[in-house]
Design a protein around this ligand. Sequence first.
Ligand code: MG
Length: 164
Amino acid sequence: MRVGIGYDVHGFGPGDHVTLGGEKIPWSQGIRAHSDGDVLLHALCDALLGAMALGDIGQHFPDTDPRWKDADSRVFLRHCAKLMQERHWRLVNADLTLIAEAPRVGPHRVAMQAHIAHDLGCEKDRVNIKATTSEGLGAFGRGEGLAAQAIVLLAHANGGSNGH
Ligand code: MG
């Protein structure tokens, strides 16, 4: 078994939607980011890479690389899924928390869960998505951006300790 943790932050900027958990949500602002700025998927990718001891998302998808300009972060997630498959790791569960005053994830939760389960090739009930506000405190409370935390547990197919 391996555990991994991930965290990501992006600020709001000009735009008309935010992408969260692979779901495009119409919104009065956009996200400032090189890619689509999907904090939930970025935190999840970092947690998966962390569990496999494969560094972080910035190493695999540098934000200086024009290939990842406005990239769909599901591409990053599928890349992590491929790395897991190659190393015989499977997801036991992932637990994600969005930290934002808005937008609300409630109406989009099921769609996000489906996107993530699809990309990781696992059952939907292995993926939990929850959200909290910052109670009006700090940068997130002022609605300057949003953040996400992810934690994952992976199990190795052979019950081995190093995944190779
Ligand atoms: Mg990010």
